[in-house]
Design a protein. Structure first.
Length: 168
């Protein structure tokens, strides 16, 4: 598990086997996360939100999402092989909407982020003789959690995680 920028095992050391459903071969061993691990991950996300520029720096988020997109594209065949082994997806179904399209969706969301109007001046106002300047400012709301199933893992994960990261 990646928590607070580090690859860590589960609290208590629990693991489970990752089994290829088509061959029943064990292809790896995974940390069996606990409620304490979830709390730790939420705490790390909250600290990143409160103590770093992530939630307020759209250029940083854009740069990181572009790096993610580039990395996914560079390793698309490795990801395909992992997806086939982990979920038993037939090779013919791993293209298009299950892999390449969601990866390209990262770029689409990032382009949306780059052009998003985070602040909008709606002009001056005067009420009861009091002049004011009015601005609408959109800000990140906080930490979110997402439950992501195993079927179409890249599409579902990226469709949930990337917009949340882009929003801050």
């Amino acid at each position: 598990m990646l928590i607070d920028g580090e690859l860590v095992g589960a609290t208590g050391g629990g693991t489970f086997e990752n089994v290829d459903p088509t061959t029943e071969e064990v292809i790896g061993v995974c940390a069996d996360g606990t409620a304490a691990d979830m709390d730790r991950a939420i705490g790390a996300a909250r600290r990143a939100f409160d103590e770093t520029g992530w939630s307020t720096d759209a250029a940083l988020r854009s740069r990181c999402l572009r790096q993610l997109h580039d990395g996914l594209r560079a390793h698309v065949e490795d990801i395909r092989e992992t997806m086939i082994a982990e979920v038993g997806a037939p090779r013919a179904l791993t293209g298009g909407p299950q892999l390449e399209t969601p990866i390209e969706g990262v770029a689409w969301v990032t382009n949306l982020l780059d052009g998003y109007e985070w602040e909008h001046d709606i002009g001056p106002s005067s009420y009861m003789g009091i002049d004011s300047q009015r601005t609408v400012r959109r800000e990140a709301a906080g930490v979110v959690g997402a439950v992501t199933p195993w079927n179409f893992p890249m599409q579902i994960n990226l469709a949930k995680v990337v917009p949340a990261l882009a929003a801050g």
